[in-house]
Design a protein around this ligand. Structure first.
Ligand code: PEP
Ligand code: MN
Length: 337
């Protein structure tokens, strides 16, 4: 349920509405927009008359939200969510690129990666220290040692870090080294992890599960937001279909669909989306054209020797060339990069 306050409503009017919501058994989430404060009441009580709120001083309107996700719903924050990370605005006019290797492998590799991606205009470096590998015999990541390496490399090049958290026990450690915590596709419905991420104040990049619908992705975001962490970036990274020509089927349409349903920034990961290097650039271009706020991409200085996802990692020159193209596309759709 949503209560939209009038423009210029006073603090005490807002407090009065919050009090009434609490008495009725709702948990209240407040969104302070440019012109209006919106109060989201989440709770079991749906059999009330919106008029009860509309008559209160300072209230503009009150609606029931019929969609299953409330806080992620576009109506909760019609002007969109902007998340600022190290001075970079995510969900604003600029398309933000986060790039780097799939895994942090060693000091030199991550240092070279940081230099390449920063030079080409990326704002964040990606790299996993805890890797969700399909086989337990594959490289599992360097853990804290890797996080130290990516932090040092990022700081040297003025980048922020995005790295994956696989388990609740890793949240503290990840938060020490990484500005953005990534929840991987395989963990999109790890509800205990999501709930715990709701209690911290770090932006979360939430990837769509390999067989998840858009609504399920939004409900997973809701788990995080329920705890008070509203800084969630949703990420389309390809879904599993009957098609075998690509590793996954990159659902470009999810980008505008999500923009229509939610105020949260939308990221696209064409690397996992297609799984083949030669297809990453066309899908990255399509994602920017479709309105992605963030691009997450894999780049490796020596992909043939990468310890994970080499086949989908761009060569440095490919990445630099793609960034020039993406800049032009961003401008054509009224954005910058
Ligand atoms: C990754 O970003 O390297 C990764 C494992 O992603 P996903 O969870 O989308 O497979
Ligand atoms: Mn990967």
């Amino acid at each position: 349920m949503l209560v939209v306050m009038q423009e210029g409503a006073t603090e005490s009017q807002v407090e009065r509405v919050i009090e009434k919501l609490v008495i009725m058994g709702f948990t209240v989430h407040k969104s302070t927009g440019v012109t209006h404060t919106v109060l989201g009441g989440v709770g079991p009580q749906e059999d009330f008359d919106p008029l009860e709120f509309e008559v209160l001083d300072g209230v503009k309107e009150c609606h029931r939200i019929v969609s299953p996700y409330k806080l992620a719903n576009k109506r909760f924050k019609p002007n969109g969510t902007e998340i600022t990370v190290r001075g970079v605005r995510i969900g604003g006019p600029e398309v933000v690129v986060m790039a780097g290797p799939c895994s942090i492998e060693n000091r030199d590799q991550i240092e070279i990666s940081a230099e390449i991606v920063a030079k080409a205009g990326a704002k964040g470096i990606r790299g996993g220290a805890f890797k969700p590998r399909s086989s337990p015999y594959s490289f599992q990541g360097l853990g804290e040692e890797g996080l130290k390496m990516i932090r040092t490399a990022a700081d040297r090049h003025g980048l922020f870090v995005v790295s994956e958290v696989m388990d609740r026990s890793q949240i503290g450690l990840l938060s020490e080294y990484s500005e953005i915590l990534q929840v991987g596709a395989r963990n999109m419905q790890n509800f205990n992890l999501l709930r715990e991420l709701g209690t911290i104040r770090r932006p979360i990049l939430l990837k769509r599960g390999i067989a998840a619908t858009i609504e399920e992705l939004l409900l997973s975001a809701e788990y995080i937001m329920m705890g008070g962490n509203y800084d969630v970036i949703l990420c389309e990274r390809g879904i599993r279909t009957f098609e075998t020509a690509t590793r996954n089927t990159f659902d470009v349409s999810a980008i505008p669909v999500l923009h229509g349903l939610t105020h949260l920034p939308v990221a696209a990961d064409p690397s996992h989306g297609v799984g083949k290097r030669n297809l990453v650039a066309p899908m990255a271009r399509a994602a920017v054209a479709a309105g992605a706020d963030v691009l997450l991409m894999e780049m490796h200085h020596d992909p043939d020797r990468a310890l994970s996802d080499g086949a989908q990692s761009l060569f440095p020159e490919q990445f630099a060339e793609l960034m020039v193209q993406l800049r032009a596309i961003a401008q054509a759709v009224g954005r910058s990069l």
